[in-house]
Design a protein around this ligand. Structure first.
Ligand code: GRF
Length: 193
C-alpha cells in the first residue's frame, strides 16, 4: 500500500477534500494508496478533528517545543518516515522547511499555493492580487524545492477577480478550485509512482 502523509497547520479543508476523493474514488483499490496520517505543527489545527472523524491517524509535532528550525524539521521528518510515505502532501502547512528536510523527501513532496505562481509567492496572496489589479487569480500545485513556493508546477487553476472582491471572497473562490486540483494531481502522481 502506498502511504500518503498530509501536513496541515489550520482548517485542513484541502486535506479533507483529498480524504473525500480517496474515499469516493476508492484509492485503496484503484491506486493501492491510502491517507495514512495527518500531521500538524499545531495542536489546535481544526483539520485534526476532521481527520479523526475520517478515522485517520493524527499526530502533532509542535514547532514551539524545538529550539531550532533544524531540530523541529528533524523531529517532523522522523514522524513522517515512521509512516513510510510514497507522498508527503503539504496542505496549508505554515512552516518554512529546511533544505535538509526537502532533500530527505525529494521527489515525494508537493505543496499547494493560493496564487498563480510564479506570481505572489509567500503570504497575503489574495490581497496582493487584488492590489495589483489582476483580472485572474488562482492556485498552483507544485513540487517542493528548497526555495519557498518555487519548484516545478504540476497543475494550476484560475478564477476571475471580480469587481468589489475582498481577500476573503477571492480566497473562498480560489479554495473551491484548490480542492479539485490537489486531489487530481495526487491521484496522478500515485498512478505514476
Ligand atoms: C490554502 O489556501 C492553501 O493553498 C494555503 O493555505 C490554505 C489552507 O487552507 N497554503 P486549508 O487548511 O486547506 O483549509
Amino acid at each position: 500500500m502506498k502511504n500518503i502523509v498530509i501536513l496541515i497547520s489550520g482548517s485542513g479543508s484541502n486535506m479533507a477534500a483529498i480524504v473525500r476523493a480517496a474515499q469516493r474514488d476508492n484509492w485503496r483499490k484503484t491506486l493501492g494508496a491510502q491517507v495514512s496520517a495527518v500531521i500538524s505543527n499545531r495542536a489546535d489545527a481544526g483539520g485534526l478533528g476532521l481527520a479523526r472523524e475520517a478515522l485517520i491517524a493524527t499526530e502533532v509535532v509542535d514547532h514551539k517545543a524545538y529550539a531550532t528550525r533544524e531540530a523541529f524539521d528533524s523531529a517532523l521528518a522522523d514522524a513522517i518516515d515512521r509512516r513510510q510515505p510514497s507522498l508527503v502532501v503539504l496542505a496549508g502547512f505554515m512552516r518554512i522547511l529546511t533544505p535538509a528536510f526537502v532533500a530527505r523527501f525529494e521527489g515525494r513532496l508537493v505543496n499547494i499555493h493560493p496564487s498563480l505562481l510564479p506570481a505572489f509567492p509567500g503570504l497575503h496572496t489574495h490581497q496582493r492580487a487584488i492590489d495589483a489589479g489582476c483580472k485572474v487569480a488562482g492556485a498552483t500545485v507544485h513540487r517542493v524545492t528548497a526555495e519557498l513556493d518555487h519548484g516545478p508546477i504540476l497543475a494550476q487553476a484560475a478564477v476571475p477577480v471580480l469587481a468589489g472582491d475582498t481577500a476573503e471572497l477571492l480566497a473562498a473562490r480560489v479554495l473551491t478550485q484548490e480542492h479539485l486540483i490537489y486531489s487530481r494531481v495526487i491521484a496522478q502522481l500515485l498512478q505514476n509512482s
